[in-house]
Ligand binder design. Structure first.
Ligand SMILES: [Zn+2]
Length: 262
């Protein structure tokens, strides 16, 4: 696969493979900014650093540099709005995935900032800072699709276009970032549980709207091109999937209750 990707990087054809490669380059080159990123609010996130992965590309390659420059201008924009779980469900039912359609969902946690570092969750200002971080500092074309905290679901990269969050899967997946460091913060009580409930609801909605099997969800650490353990160990994939399946079942049951037999 690596050889194939390198060949793609020398092509100007905007194929899906090229798209994968483009985001891979963005992630690889972003490693060089790590020192400056560390001083910028609200980063650095544990996640994006893990996303650098096993970039097989040399920074001195002139073709590589040309590719990066072209992509720097290709920021896809953000939605920048927050929703309750119910509002998010209604919002997703208005969307159409005609140009791009994801095949599964990838779950992340922000690590830094942690829940403790964001006592009031993520504000509109934080989201603006995140856009600047991904667009201007990382120079990526996009970020994750959702940021979810204990209060709300923020839509970041539009759900109808591909994002940048997990090097192997950017072109085929929705990326969800949960606020928190779940290596140290609880995911089954307090604010972490609230994040979990919002996340489960969002995944249930996306699974239903997109016709995805909730069991296909992945966690970032499963990406073979990622070295970081994201999300933290308290996030157990099979438990999250079970939560999602239970909620889908409950919603289905609720739908029947609203239409009782005469
Ligand atoms: Zn991650």
């Amino acid at each position: 696969m690596v050889v194939l990707f390198v060949e793609e990087s020398r092509s100007t054809i905007m194929s899906p493979l090229h798209s994968v490669q483009r985001d891979g380059i963005e992630m690889d080159t972003a490693a060089g900014h790590a020192a400056s990123i560390a001083r910028i609010e609200p980063g650095p996130f544990w996640c994006p650093f893990g996303a650098f992965g096993l970039g097989p590309f040399g920074h001195k390659d002139p073709v590589f540099n040309k590719e990066v420059k072209r992509d720097m201008a290709a920021w896809k924009g953000i939605v920048g709005k927050s929703y309750t779980s119910d509002e998010f469900d209604a919002y997703c039912h208005t969307l159409h995935w005609s140009a791009w359609r994801p095949s599964f969902i990838v779950l992340h946690n922000t690590g830094a900032p942690s829940l403790a570092q964001r006592p009031d969750g993520l504000t509109g200002k934080h989201i603006q800072n995140l856009e600047a971080f991904y667009r201007d500092t990382q120079k990526w074309s996009a970020g994750p699709h959702l940021f979810i905290d204990d209060r709300q679901i923020w839509v970041f990269t539009p759900l109808t276009v591909s994002g940048v969050h997990s090097p192997s899967w950017n072109s085929v997946s929705i990326g969800i970032e949960m606020l928190g460091d779940y290596d140290t913060e609880a995911f089954d009580s307090g604010r972490g549980l609230a994040v979990r409930k919002h996340t489960v609801s969002a995944i249930a909605t996306l699974s239903a709207v997109l016709g995805l099997d909730a069991g296909t969800m992945k966690i970032h650490r499963e990406d073979p091109k990622t070295t970081h353990a994201c999300p933290g160990k308290h996030v157990r994939k099979l438990e999250v999937i079970q939560d999602v399946q239970d909620l889908i079942e409950a919603r289905h049951h609720g739908a029947h209750l609203t239409h009782p037999d005469p």
